[in-house]
Design a protein. Structure first.
Length: 92
């Protein structure tokens, strides 16, 4: 599969809110992103650069502290060179 093309926009930390309570879905999604990143041998910094995100924000997502928008999900999928549906294949 070739590199997916999505409109990207850099997410800055000023736009990010952390949740007081981590939802099970956010925690699941974050651990899925971490697993897929590690399977590809990427650091957070490498995936963040490929996805046009800050590495700090990617860490927040991986820890389940923020629920990403659809745009960010598409950016992460592109950074992992995956179709977005692949991010959700193992969902309960």
């Amino acid at each position: 599969m070739g590199r997916l093309q999505y409109r990207r926009s850099m997410v800055t930390m000023q736009e990010v809110t952390r949740r007081d309570h981590r939802s099970a879905d956010a925690t699941w999604f974050g651990s899925t992103i971490r697993r897929l990143r590690e399977e590809r041998g990427l650091t957070q910094a490498q995936l963040a650069e490929a996805a046009d995100l800050s590495s700090t924000y990617l860490g927040i997502i991986e820890r389940g502290e923020n629920v990403p928008t659809l745009t960010v999900i598409l950016q992460i999928a592109a950074g992992l060179d995956l179709h977005p549906i692949d991010l959700f294949r193992d969902y309960r």
